[in-house]
Write a protein that binds this ligand. Structure first.
Ligand code: NDP
Length: 293
């Protein structure tokens, strides 16, 4: 039987429409719009493309976008100085520093400079620390893992007591996704490059989240029949049959796995659109919080 396809683009479109309506209401009632500042250091084309998309999407829902581009050779003081100024700017409600930063910069120190109330990416150590603790709530949840959970909810996954397996333990996807699943009372196994018998571990999963960055690694015989599979991976592979000579695929072999899984999010078209929608939602929340304080 073929799996239910979880359409991330459709869910993200609905969320963006809700954000747009809330932004218009904020503007009508309080004469203000949420503001998102993006900071990019250097000229990595992939980072530039991600930031462009974030700025465009912000504008489309009525969020004010403040773009800052710093040269690759910027010093730690220059980057932190800019982030501090944005932290003090009342028009800026959210600050996004596009990662990765050039190697000579101390990423943790830069992220520490973002005020907690403007940490719309959710990577501030205090936000991550709260996420890791029982009974504590972060102000903002990292956008990609939040998208994973929303897609699982949309697909009707039961979290309570479910066996969940997360492939990958990165700070931005794997670990926070695992923590969010634990908060929802799933029993979570986190796998990484040293995990033994990955297929065997994955086969136990009622919920399988793949975030490894390995094209089509998860095969049909890794998946428990009826499982919920969320593919975070985004990998460029050569494909001479396309105009560009390449295409994007996930970490899951979609064609195979959709015949076994109960529900599956494709990549592209699954978690990707949810990540930006999550950023816009966090920016709206950050602006709403200033109205309450
Ligand atoms: P990282 O490279 O930071 O982490 C990859 C993780 O996968 C690591 O924990 C690594 O293990 C593990 N891993 C790598 N190879 C294997 C393997 N062969 N077997 C088992 N585990 C393995 O990647 P990210 O978390 O940043 O990203 C993961 C994927 O998600 C990428 O394809 C990325 O492009 C995509 N992505 C998509 C986003 C979206 O918005 N859709 C946002 C962010 C990422 P170890 O820790 O031992 O090295």
């Amino acid at each position: 039987m073929s799996a239910k396809i979880i359409d991330g683009e459709a869910v993200a479109t609905r969320i963006r429409e809700e954000i747009k309506a809330a932004v218009e209401e904020m503007n009508a009632t309080h004469g203000m719009r949420p503001g998102l500042a993006t900071v990019i250091v250097g000229d990595d084309p992939a980072s530039a493309q991600y930031v462009r998309m974030k700025r465009n999407r912000s504008k489309k829902v009525g969020i004010e976008s403040f773009g800052h581009e710093l040269p690759a050779q910027s010093t730690q003081e220059e980057v932190e100085g800019l982030v501090r100024r944005l932290g003090d700017d009342p028009k800026v409600h959210g600050i996004l520093v596009q990662l990765p930063l050039p190697d000579h910069l101390d990423e943790e120190a830069v992220l520490n400079t973002i005020p907690l109330s403007k940490d719309v990416d959710g990577f501030h150590p205090v936000n991550i620390g709260r996420l890791a603790m029982k009974g504590r709530k972060p102000l903002f949840i990292p956008c990609t893992p939040a998208g994973v959970i929303t897609l699982l909810e949309e697909a009707g996954a039961e979290f309570d007591g479910a066996e969940a397996v997360v492939l990958g333990r990165s700070n931005i996807v794997g670990m926070p996704a695992a923590m969010l699943l634990i908060h929802r009372n799933a029993t979570v196994t986190v796998c990484h490059s040293r995990t033994k018998d990955l297929p065997g571990v994955c086969r136990k999963a009622d919920i399988l989240v793949a975030a490894v960055g390995r094209a089509k690694m998860v095969k049909a015989d890794w998946v428990k029949p009826g499982a919920f599979v969320i593919d975070v991976g985004s990998n460029r592979i050569d494909d001479p049959s396309t105009d560009k000579g390449y295409r994007w695929v996930g970490d899951v072999d979609f064609e195979e796995v959709k015949e076994v899984a109960g529900a599956i999010s494709p990549s592209p078209g699954g978690v990707g659109p949810m990540t930006i929608a999550g950023l816009l939602l966090n920016t709206l929340r950050a602006a709403q919080m200033t109205l309450k304080s």
